[in-house]
Ligand binder design. Structure first.
Ligand SMILES: O=C(O)c1ccccc1NCC(=O)[C@H](O)[C@H](O)COP(=O)(O)O
Length: 192
């Protein structure tokens, strides 16, 4: 079984399929993006998403205080650092009790980190696949992201053997989350 994060929830109705199929993580984008949501919306999501599903806040070079405010509000349990955040930031978030995903880009060295998860991503919700055969050895738990879809996720898992896969664009239709695609990818990840 491979765990899965569905990232970039935007509409309250997105929570319905999340509660139905129970991915292992649900992600909210706080960085500037067409998927960006407010803290108020994230708090509403947290109220309606099943308690057993941890929520992850995605930030890009945000001030530490901003991330701590969101974490302490209870909207998220994990912080995903998607910019060039230094190890000091990872440590400060962990000292505050947050769990951390540290994101690396292709061709960037995967350096030792105190983060709870190491994540390799081709972009930032861009839907661009990685060359899975060139994914470097990384410390575990390891998350693979970038251009995953219900159709290609089984091959990605077989090739890379990540602990977690992460998807956003590949479960959207007309730039909105698509319940059928979410059902399909969660089932496939959990069966592989
Ligand atoms: O999704 C965004 O809009 C986004 C914006 C800024 C920074 C990160 C962002 N997404 C991070 C994610 O965790 C996505 O799920 C990941 O990049 C994979 O996206 P995709 O290739 O679209 O599946």
């Amino acid at each position: 079984m491979t765990q899965i994060k569905i990232c970039g929830l935007m509409r309250e109705q997105d929570a319905d399929v999340i509660n139905e199929v129970k991915p292992d993580f649900a992600g909210f984008v706080f960085a500037p993006s067409r998927r960006q949501i407010s803290l108020e919306t994230a708090l509403r999501f947290r109220q309606i998403i099943d308690d057993t599903i941890p929520t992850v806040g995605v930030f890009v070079n945000a001030p530490l205080d901003e991330m701590l405010t969101v974490f302490r509000s209870g909207a998220i349990q994990y912080v995903q650092l998607h910019g060039n955040e230094p190890e000091d930031t990872v440590q400060a978030l962990k000292d505050a009790g947050a769990k951390v995903f540290q994101v690396y880009k292709p061709d960037e060295p995967i350096t030792p980190t105190a983060a709870d998860y190491t994540m390799l991503d081709s972009g930032a919700g861009s839907g661009i696949p990685l060359d899975w055969k060139r994914v470097p050895q990384a410390s575990h738990p390891f998350i693979l992201a970038g251009g995953l879809t219900p159709e290609n996720v089984a091959e990605a898992i077989t090739t890379v053997r990540p602990d977690v896969v992460d998807v956003s664009s590949g479960v959207e239709t007309n730039k909105q989350k698509d319940p059928e695609k979410i059902r399909a990818i969660v089932t496939t990840a959990h069966n592989n």
